[in-house]
Design a protein around this ligand. Sequence first.
Ligand SMILES: [Fe+2]
Length: 184
Amino acid sequence: MHALLENLHRDHVNLDRLLELLESHLNAFYSGEESDFDLIIELLEYLECYAELVHHPTEDLIFEAALDRSGDKRPTLEKLMGQHKTLVELTRKFRQSMEGVIQGAVMTREELEIEGREYIALQRLHLDTEEGEIFDFLDDCLDEPEWRRIEESAPKYDDPVFGERDPDRFRILYRYLFEHQSAE
Ligand SMILES: [Fe+2]
């Protein structure tokens, strides 16, 4: 598999881990247990930032390059590109809902639970479609000059949690992942 797709696949593995973490903390919150809101909000901030700056723009470049030769995959590629925008908006919206809870906003636990579960379900559906239906096809579809051209225009921003970490951002999330890595 091309290195760019390998990187995106690695992002998906990380995303999968973060969605599980998010889901388990939200489940605790939904059932009335004490929850680490700072961790949840920082995790959502990271998902929003990295997806918007790097992960989705890179996928969009690849999907667009393959679009004219995608045949019956074309509707799926177009749907995934649309979901990239929706997912960033939903991440922001859900983060704002969680921040609202801390600030005493009137939103029931049930409303938050529905929003959170729908958000996680769409993230997983999106990720599974890319991994299960699209990545192998893209690997066969594009040739070396096309990959080089995509690589040149892809964002170069490093992953601030799983890559060269940013010392000033995502400290709570980074520490949590670091402390829990050996338990997995
Ligand atoms: Fe993706």
